[in-house]
Design a protein around this ligand. Structure first.
Ligand code: NAI
Length: 392
């Protein structure tokens, strides 16, 4: 069970770019980072508007002179201070991730970046190379991967409880954007603009989350894929508000991914079903404390977080903050990830490669993979949903 006992002497001095007042995801970062006392927010460039950034930062308890009007000024000033930030989270629209991460790495900062990490896999690979050179760690905020039952699923697949994996069914299909809400919603407006969002909308925005769960739970690698994408709200073209992807994995398993923002009436519908030769499991992010386990010929079971029958020897499964039966949720999953990011950053700073290698977290490779998925889906869709090789 996690508690907030200190894992190292002083919390990591931490800052944020983006995530300002009114942003969708800024609070989730701050709440998760602060949960176990391993990070302390000391500075930020939270907003495009300098006055609003300062006012917001001061209200968060920061010194006014550490609330900066842009990321360049932020990194330059902090890198000159003896007590300057050691790590930064990037929670800005997608178009800015690459340049902000590159600037952060230039001054030796560890990073937690939002997904999709960059627009192109070349950019993501470049960040990986610079991070290695600078001994910096990049975490990518695939926030659903911190749930203990996700790790139970991973272990069940790994230990053969399902038999040979045959089919993976993924979806993240909500209904919140079934009409042209971007006309009055700036957070949606940038998501449907290629200049700010990148080559995709729903594939990058939510499809990457569902696909990352598949990566974590199964370790399967795509061999080739075919993607059909379209926009039911015409003004969103060329970006898609709905997409279907078929995948063939190396080794013979197959998969599908449905990413949609026009699944009218649906809240989230992020589900993953993994079908093996003996049994299947299914996980749904709206009920993250449960994992359905169905063995062919037996009554279906619902496994619950925090129970003794789970794989207790696995750190991710044991990452509970309260006993079973109490509902843990989104913020706990994020806090579990920030906890790991902190341990990874600390291990890197101590040149403790062994510890660093032993900490599981969504890192730069996960970020690259998400970007590559988007690229390949666009390549396929542009050719009329043709099958395209994944790693050419
Ligand atoms: P948003 O539009 O609600 O907020 C963006 C914030 O960043 C605003 O405060 C804005 O003023 C600030 N900002 C924009 N450009 C900036 C710059 N150059 N410098 C400093 N601040 C800047 O966006 P939202 O929804 O919070 O998304 C931000 C990122 O987080 C996106 O990459 C998105 O894909 C990702 N995201 C991830 C989620 C997850 O579950 N991991 C959930 C929601 C968003």
């Amino acid at each position: 069970m996690f508690n907030e006992e200190r894992r190292f002497e002083q919390p990591i001095r931490w800052g944020m770019v983006g995530g300002g007042r009114g942003s969708q995801i800024g609070y989730a970062h701050r709440s998760a980072a602060h949960r176990d006392g391993l990070f302390k927010l000391v500075a930020g460039a939270f907003d495009l508007d300098a006055d609003r950034c300062r006012e917001f930062g001061v209200n968060l308890g920061l010194d006014a002179d550490r609330c900066y009007s842009n990321y360049k000024e932020f990194f330059a000033a902090e890198s000159k201070r003896p007590d300057g930030i050691q790590a930064v989270s990037v929670a800005t629209p997608n178009s800015t991730h690459y340049e902000i991460c590159k600037a952060a790495l230039d001054v030796g900062l560890h990073i937690v970046c939002e997904k999709p990490l960059t627009f192109t896999s070349e950019e993501a690979e470049e960040l990986k190379a610079i991070a290695a050179e600078k001994n910096c760690v990049i975490g990518v905020m695939y926030g659903y991967s911190g749930f203990p039952m996700v790790h139970q699923a991973r272990e069940m697949v790994e230990r053969g409880d399902l038999g040979e994996i045959r089919v993976v069914n993924m979806q993240f299909a909500h209904g919140f954007h079934n009409e042209e809400y971007e006309l009055n919603d700036p957070g949606l407006k940038w998501r449907v603009s290629p200049a700010a969002s990148g080559p995709t909308y729903v594939l990058g925005d939510i499809g990457t989350h569902a696909y990352y769960l598949c990566e974590v739970m199964t370790g399967l690698e795509i061999d080739r894929l075919a993607c059909m994408r379209q926009s039911f709200i015409a003004s969103r073209q060329p970006l898609e508000d709905n997409a279907h992807v078929m995948m063939e994995f190396k080794g013979g398993a197959v998969g599908t991914l449905w990413a949609s923002a026009v699944n009218a009436g649906s809240m989230h519908e992020q589900r993953i079903r993994i079908v093996g030769s003996k049994a299947s499991i299914e996980w749904w992010d709206e009920h993250p404390n449960q994992l359905r386990y169905e063995v062919q010929g037996e009554a279906p079971r619902v496994l619950d977080r925090g129970m003794g029958y789970l794989y207790q020897d696995v750190e991710g499964v044991a990452a509970n903050r309260i006993g079973g039966g109490h509902a843990e949720g989104f913020f706990e999953s994020w806090a579990n990830l920030y906890h790991r990011f902190a341990l990874a950053f600390d291990a890197a700073d101590r040149d403790d490669q062994e510890t660093l290698n032993s900490i599981w977290f969504p890192g730069v490779d996960a970020g690259i993979e998400g970007v590559r998925l988007c690229e390949k889906c666009v390549e396929s869709a542009d050719q009329g949903a043709a099958w395209v090789a994944y790693n050419d």
